[in-house]
Ligand binder design. Structure first.
Ligand SMILES: [Zn+2]
Length: 227
């Protein structure tokens, strides 16, 4: 009974009360508004502004990109919703709207704006989103990981690169480009399944392959630029 009641209270009142009920001394960890001193930190759905004086608060380092853009921490994201959220938040924090505000708020708006750009760019593309998700799981892919992929795959990449070198025209390159795009789509579906199954090692292997194809895509882009 007690634990149930205490649990309800703890969930309802946050960390401050945990100090009262637990053995630790009462330490209120919630931040105060830098401008008016109101405790509780920024509130509202976007958690950006002080509820009392409406001053823009600094970015919360505890929030990851998924939380910032209000989506589930998952490989599957609705990119239309992601874009809408990004634009909505950018409109709230854009430095142009803080020209007449104190320097502290101007600085915070710059920081929020940069952070939102990084978050949006990272979550929009499947490869960077996958790599970011892995990083949140403590898994990183270091540079020079040729040994992580099988020989057959490396041969496939070499063949594509050779074909690209020898492509006589833009039409030839477009064929290679659509083949690479189809491969990336296939790998994106596979990595999505790996994340759903919680198989991060498998996701790592697939994302490594996607990195190789991303390099090929970059080469194609460069070759398309007229000299
Ligand atoms: Zn305030």
């Amino acid at each position: 009974m007690w634990s149930c009641w205490a649990g309800t209270l703890l969930r309802g009142r946050g960390r401050c009360l945990a100090g009262v009920l637990g053995r630790r001394p009462l330490v209120c960890e919630r931040p105060r508004c830098w401008s008016c001193g109101t405790p509780g930190g920024p509130q509202g759905r976007d958690r950006l502004f002080c509820p009392q004086c409406r001053a823009l608060q600094p970015p919360d380092p505890a929030r990851d990109y998924f939380s910032l853009l209000d989506c589930n921490r998952s490989f599957r994201v609705d990119t239309v919703k992601l874009q809408q959220k990004y634009q909505q938040l950018q409109r709230l924090v854009h430095p142009d709207f803080f020209m007449q505000r104190p320097q502290t708020e101007k600085d915070f708006s710059e920081k929020h704006s940069t952070l939102l750009n990084d978050a949006y760019k990272t979550l929009l593309a499947p490869l960077s989103r996958g790599l970011y998700l892995l990083k949140l799981q403590g898994v990183e892919i270091p540079e020079g990981t040729d040994h992580e992929v099988d020989q057959q795959f490396l041969m496939e990449i070499m063949e594509i690169s050779e074909k690209l070198e020898e492509a006589p025209s833009v039409v030839g390159m477009e064929e290679i480009e659509s083949a690479v795009r189809a491969k990336q789509k296939e790998l994106t579906d596979s990595v999505s399944r790996a994340f759903e199954q919680g198989d991060f090692e498998k996701a790592k292997t697939i994302l490594t392959k996607m990195k190789y194809f991303a390099n090929v895509e970059e080469k194609i882009k460069l070759k398309k630029i007229p000299i």
